[in-house]
Write a protein that binds this ligand. Structure first.
Ligand code: GLU
Length: 395
């Protein structure tokens, strides 16, 4: 028996793979500390869990509901977009099984075979694979640590061809934590408009910005391009709800209708109980979002300090999301634990084997000689994990 060519060509998600390995080792009693998948260590806020409990007891929630999502949740998502200054109706919102699924729906709805999609690199692991699954061609657009990993219009223009159909815009960025200024986002939106390039704006980390950095909504800054923009977002990161699997896309009506048609054939509605929880998250008190943000910021400052104290590591200070993306070129240039490592893949393996610390190698994100470290873990674990890394990498 063999699987299809489509599935044979698909690589498994490296973030999910490292996460699964770390969790399996921990379940087996190994004291693994995971800087792996971007997953808040907090429990979901209690009022959200309570809303889910109530929904589970409501028989109307035991039935199929509209494929595009619970009407109240679609309206709550639209209302939040309107508070950003966008003109959005509930009919433009389609609820999906997490932001990841909303992204895939979007690629499926907009890409034809051979359409090129510009993906600033380092990029999140699933963009290229999802684009390929939808028949598109991912075109990485390199960004450099010297530029703070911030993509510019000049970079995008250098990669544009007559086949360019779409740009994936993500700020704050996974994996680099880079946040673009409002001016830079405006320039990118205007460039996309001038060249009729669709924008998929992955806003999943919008609530997680630190210091002077601020989230900028591309279609709010460039409203003339709103009818060529799809926003993807969800409750996972801001509300500590990764396991609930609720995300959404906000798209021009025709695209939203296409995505809905896809869902009617693919999965019908997302679990009603999880949708009720997402509704409570969006419409209820927001104080825990701020509390979690403050904790992530504290951990961010700790990991930046600790990483910069290790010989051979260079780091662009992350301004958003919850990832540090250190360059380890200087570490690979010297001997570690008596041997010379060839790549960050080998370094990640060594850290897991020797230090029982899980990180994701840069190769997963289209970058060499780098690691991605999520700092959405408990302060004590962060300190202990950094002690172990520092000891393992000590000259
Ligand atoms: N977005 C998170 C990460 O990059 C979750 C894991 C995943 O879906 O890739 O770690």
């Amino acid at each position: 028996m063999s699987v299809s060519a489509r599935i044979s060509a698909l690589s498994p998600s490296p973030t999910m793979a490292v996460d699964a390995k770390a969790k399996a080792l921990r379940a087996a009693g190994e004291p693994v500390i995971a800087f792996a998948a971007g997953e808040p260590d907090f429990a979901t806020p209690a009022h959200v869990v309570e809303a889910a409990r109530r929904a589970a007891a409501d028989p109307t929630m035991h039935r199929y509901t509209p494929a595009a999502g619970l009407p109240d949740l679609r309206e709550a998502v639209a209302a939040r977009a309107r508070r950003d200054g966008l003109e959005v109706e509930a009919s433009q919102v389609v609820v999906a099984n997490g932001g990841k699924h909303a992204l895939y729906n979007t690629f499926m709805a907009l890409l034809d075979p051979g359409d090129e999609v510009l993906v600033p690199a380092p990029y999140w692991v699933s963009y290229p694979e999802q684009i390929r699954l939808a028949g598109g061609v991912p075109v990485p657009v390199p960004t450099a640590p010297e530029d703070g990993y911030r993509v510019t219009v000049a970079d995008l223009e250098a990669a544009r061809t007559p086949r360019t159909r779409m740009l994936v815009h993500v700020s704050p960025s996974n994996p680099t934590g880079a946040v673009l200024s409002p001016e830079a986002v405006t320039e990118i939106g205007r460039w996309a408009h001038a060249h009729d390039v669709w924008v998929v704006s992955d806003d999943i980390y919008r609530e997680l910005v630190y210091g002077a950095a601020a989230f900028s909504s591309l279609p709010a800054l460039v409203p003339e391009h709103a009818d060529r923009t799809v926003i993807v977002d969800g409750v996972a990161k801001a509300y500590a709800m990764t396991g609930w699997r609720v995300g959404w896309s906000i798209a021009p009506k025709e695209v939203a209708a296409g995505i809905t048609t896809l869902q009617t054939q693919l999965c019908s509605n997302v679990g009603n109980v999880a949708q009720a929880a997402a509704l409570a998250a969006l419409t209820g008190p927001q104080d825990e979002v701020a509390t979690m943000r403050a904790a992530f910021d504290r951990r961010r400052r700790t990991i930046v300090d600790r990483l910069r104290g290790i010989e051979g590591i260079e780091l662009v200070e992350p301004q958003g999301a919850f990832y540090a993306f250190p360059s380890v070129r200087g570490v690979l240039a010297r001997e570690i634990a008596g041997r010379r490592l060839a790549s960050s893949l080998e370094l990640a393996d060594l850290l897991l084997d020797e230090a029982r610390v899980a990180v994701v190698p840069g190769e997963a994100f289209g970058a060499e000689a780098a690691l991605r470290m999520s700092y959405a873990l408990a302060d004590d674990d962060l300190a202990e994990g950094m002690d172990r890394i520092a000891a393992t990498l000590a000259p």
